[in-house]
Design a protein around this ligand. Sequence first.
Ligand code: KIV
Length: 284
Amino acid sequence: MTETKRQKVTLGTLYEKMRKGDPITMITCYDYPMADLVEKAGVDIVLVGDSLGMTILGYDSTLPVTQDVMMPHAQAVRRGTPNAWLIGDMPYMTYQPSVETAIRCAGRFMAEAACDSVKLEGGIEMADRVAGIVRSGIPCMGHLGLTPQSVAALGGYKVQGKGAAQAKKIVDDARALEDAGAYAILLEMVPDRVCELITKRASVPIISLGSGPNAHGQLLIFHDMFGLYPRFKPKMAKVFGDAGKVIGDGLKQYVAEVTSKQFPQSENWFGIKDDEYAELVKML
Ligand code: KIV
């Protein structure tokens, strides 16, 4: 059976989905085999998140992740998913210092990893970075609510915008990002009704990560979805399949079979013809 070729996801695809009320799917992804699965599942947006610092590299936060660390992951993901809308996540201190550093970082994701877009964290205070990136011809997604690069200032990984004043700041930030030219905004761990309110006012797609159903799309972190992050499972994540358990059980079985000499069997090794072997013995 011939597979139908998947169409490349473009900004037009995302805006059309928003217009029709069709939910946009988004997932994080960090390497080639994952990206191949994501491509085949038909996910719209793939984020090479700096969350890889925690999920792949085992750091306690995203802060140690540099752009040089991100690039091979972004390149591998692009090779695995040629058709998803691919976002390179701008790491800590690549855009905070200035508009120029922001444009240079965004440019590397586009030129060296063939990303379609970048994402950065922050609201009004980062609006000039978003505007500079967009002026350079690079689509930029905003990220509000729980912004992990500011975890110290936010007092931990917790819901943002529970009080009216903090929620108003997030609403204002969303408007500022839109005005600066962000093509979409991710809301992470914002109360559902605040997310709904922002979605209703927005003219760009709003993506929810733990911020409720009333957004234009949903994002989950790959490792949380498949039981692959050993430290904790965030409340907002749903486990769609426990790959961590499957792999863990397989590894225990491997150890048991090697130890008991059940593995390998003849189908797991390569032989040499009798005459060639006899010749070899003679040569020795
Ligand atoms: O790095 C990442 O995966 C992210 C998500 C948490 C939104 O920025």
